[in-house]
Unconditional design. Structure first.
Length: 148
């Protein structure tokens, strides 16, 4: 059974690495002339995809290993952490994107907001991937969000 859990971890890390490597393709779902070109030129797609990968994995790690409490092991507690990930990730991505664009004399407020809405969905997907990859070694929260 432990080998199966290790396979889940490896697959989760691989899926996240693929997201980071091909983040620009994932973000092509939101292509806007000018904005998307500048995102590519300033390599912001890579930066945002790294942020989008790190925040969900860090949050899952904190939930399953730092918090790891019997009082915080229900599915709705997991949803609270998911909601935080879906809030923190686009805010951090927007701050980085807006800062770089402003430094280069550009302003894409509406485009950045809609881009970060898409990014919020990717963060949710990566949080689910991270959760199912690392939950197995948690002593109290391993049954969250779905019992084994």
């Amino acid at each position: 059974m432990k080998q199966q859990h290790l396979i889940y971890l490896i697959l989760g890390i691989a899926a996240t690495a693929l997201f980071v490597l091909f983040g620009e393709w994932c973000y092509e779902l939101h292509y806007v002339n000018g904005f998307s070109d500048d995102m590519h030129n300033y390599e912001l797609n890579t930066t945002v995809s790294v942020i989008t990968a790190l925040v969900p994995w860090a949050a899952a790690g904190i939930y399953y290993y730092a918090i790891n409490s019997v009082r915080f092991d229900r599915w709705y507690h997991w949803l609270v952490v998911l909601a935080l990930v879906m809030l923190i990730t686009p805010v951090a991505g927007y701050m980085v994107t807006d800062s770089v664009m402003a430094d280069n004399g550009k302003s894409y407020v509406a485009e950045s907001v809609t881009f970060e809405l898409l990014n919020m969905l990717w963060a949710a997907v990566l949080f689910v991937v991270a959760s199912f990859s690392m939950r197995w070694w948690s002593s109290n929260c391993r049954h969250t969000p779905i019992p084994q």
